[in-house]
Every structure is written in structure tokens, then in C-alpha cells.
Design a protein around this ligand. Structure first.
Ligand SMILES: NC(=O)c1ccc[n+]([C@@H]2O[C@H](COP(=O)([O-])OP(=O)(O)OC[C@H]3O[C@@H](n4cnc5c(N)ncnc54)[C@H](O)[C@@H]3O)[C@@H](O)[C@H]2O)c1
Length: 264
């Protein structure tokens, strides 16, 4: 089993939601964190809060869609803490729309998901993860680090109407652990560097709180445990996947029973 104490976590999207909760958990467990986010003000405020739980916090204003920002992030972790043990590329967005919107009366198409709307989500949720993971794993190999790449998929990976962009990006997150584990195996490093994904249902963060209250109420009616998942519950799963080195190449759902049919 791996120990969190003294280990180094690199977290993108680290100033909000699940990323911030992970950073807090990691510090309390005696670890060190590098948090990156595109929102500078929120990042600095978060770093101040986190320092109450331990001084081992480094921050970087970073847009994960930019190759040079991701390289800088990985370098910063090595410069400050000498290692990378957990990579949590959690920066992500939604930008929902139907592929095509039709008029209720005429049935004719009156709107469509724009190219920009599709591409922005793919750029951040997929290309951003690719860049973060590539840069961090390069340093992990070169500095002989042991640890986990923990991606974040979603129940959206199973397909959610109105989220062709988001669902596509999150479906990619559940195949990446398999591809990377196979590649690490070929390179004889699979015993040191593992990859897993967690796939949450609806988690009580800004991303979900932004949903219209009525719609959210209807969503929660479909969750057997009757509530949103807490960010800390997702974090607890990430920590277990980190510690337990038998876990590799898979996606683990954490959704309170969502999509398991009606009450019957
Ligand atoms: N909240 C949920 O219900 C839920 C469910 C399943 C999966 N997820 C996934 O978990 C991850 C975290 O979600 P969250 O709920 O904490 O969201 P959040 O909105 O609270 O946090 C996301 C963070 O990512 C940052 N970010 C956005 N674009 C960025 C960029 N280009 N570069 C760097 N940082 C950027 C934002 O500034 C924000 O701080 C996302 O990948 C999301 O898709 C969330």
C-alpha cells in the first residue's frame, strides 16, 4: 500500500470543487500539493485557505489547454517537491446544448450546438488532460517516481442528452486508463505508475449548483441515495485508489445508485 504522507499531488482545477477538496485532504494526510487553475483570484484565495492545513502548497496559474503551461506545472512540482506521486487532472467544464434544437410547432431545426461550444469542452476536458498527464508522467519516469494518474470521468460518459461535448470527453476518460496501463506495461513501468479513473454522478460543487433548481430536484429524485455526492466522498475514493496498488486500468463509478432504474 502506498502512503500519502510526504507524497506529492499535482491537481488541476485545484481551486474549485473536487480538486480543492482533494488538496485539503492530501495536506491533512501529510502530503504536499501543487494546485493549478485558470482562475488566478480563486487560486490564490484557495492557497491561503489550504495553508492552514500545511505549508506544503505550491500554486500555478495554468490553462490546461496550453502545452507550455502544463510543462511548467510538471516542472514546478519537481522543483518545489522533487517528485510527482498523484496526478489529478480535474480541470473541467460543461457547456450544454442539444446537437440540434427543433421548434415545437413546426418541428424544424431552429438551433444547433456551435463548433466553439463543442471544441471548448473537448479542449479543456480531453486535450487538457492529455497534456497534463503527458508532461507529469514524463517527469515521473525521469525522476523515478511511484504513484497514480487518477482521471475524472463521469456518469455522463454513459451518455446524457444535451451533453454531446461533455459526455464524449468523459467517455474518453474511461478508456485512457486502459490505454495508459497497457503502455506502461510495455515499458515495464506498470508496477510503479498506475492509471485509474473515478466516474462520479452528481457532486455538490459549483458545476452542479449552477443547474436550475427545478431540474436539479428532478435529477436528485433519480438518485437512490436521495442526495448529491459530497466532494469529500469522491476524494476518499481517490485516496483509496492511490493507496491500493492492486487498482489499475479501470474506471470506478461513485454515483449513489444513479441510473439503476425506477423505484419499482
Ligand atoms: N460536479 C460533478 O457533479 C461532477 C461529476 C462528474 C465529474 N465531474 C468532473 O470533476 C472535475 C471537477 O469538477 P467540479 O465539480 O469540481 O467543478 P468546478 O467547476 O467546481 O471546478 C473545476 C475547476 O476547473 C477550473 N478550470 C476550468 N477550465 C480550466 C482550464 N482551462 N485550465 C485550468 N483550470 C480550469 C475552474 O476554474 C474550476 O476551478 C471536472 O472534470 C468535472 O467534469 C464533476
Amino acid at each position: 500500500m502506498l502512503q500519502i504522507e510526504k507524497s506529492v499531488a499535482v491537481i488541476t482545477g485545484g481551486s474549485g470543487g473536487i480538486g480543492k477538496a482533494l488538496a485539503e485532504f492530501w495536506l491533512k494526510a501529510g502530503g504536499k500539493v501543487v494546485i493549478a487553475d485558470v482562475q488566478e483570484k480563486a487560486l490564490l484565495a484557495c492557497a491561503e485557505e489550504l495553508k492552514a492545513h500545511g505549508a506544503e502548497v505550491a500554486t500555478l496559474v495554468c490553462n490546461v489547454t496550453r502545452e507550455e503551461d502544463c510543462a511548467r506545472l510538471a516542472d514546478l512540482a519537481i522543483e518545489r517537491f522533487g517528485a510527482i506521486n498523484l496526478v489529478a487532472p480535474f480541470a473541467g467544464i460543461t457547456d450544454d446544448a442539444m446537437l440540434l434544437k427543433t421548434d415545437r410547432e413546426t418541428g424544424k431545426v431552429v438551433g444547433k450546438m456551435s463548433l466553439q461550444q463543442f471544441q471548448r469542452v473537448i479542449d479543456i476536458n480531453l486535450t487538457g488532460v492529455f497534456l497534463t498527464v503527458r508532461e507529469c508522467v514524463e517527469r515521473m519516469i525521469n525522476h523515478d517516481c511511484r504513484g497514480l494518474i487518477c482521471l475524472v470521468s463521469s456518469t455522463g460518459s454513459l451518455g446524457t442528452a444535451g451533453q454531446l461535448n461533455y459526455s464524449s470527453s468523459k467517455a474518453a476518460m474511461s478508456v485512457m486508463p486502459k490505454v495508459l496501463t497497457a503502455e506502461f506495461f510495455r515499458r515495464n513501468i506498470a508496477d510503479k505508475i498506475r492509471c485509474m479513473a473515478v466516474a462520479p454522478g452528481y457532486v455538490g460543487t459549483q458545476m452542479v449548483k449552477a443547474i436550475d433548481e427545478k431540474v436539479l430536484g428532478k435529477i436528485i429524485e433519480q438518485v437512490p441515495i436521495g442526495r448529491l455526492i459530497e466532494p469529500e466522498e469522491v476524494v476518499s475514493l481517490v485516496a483509496e485508489l492511490y493507496r491500493n496498488e492492486a487498482m489499475a486500468g479501470e474506471t470506478v463509478f461513485i454515483h449513489g445508485g444513479l441510473r439503476l432504474g425506477s423505484k419499482g
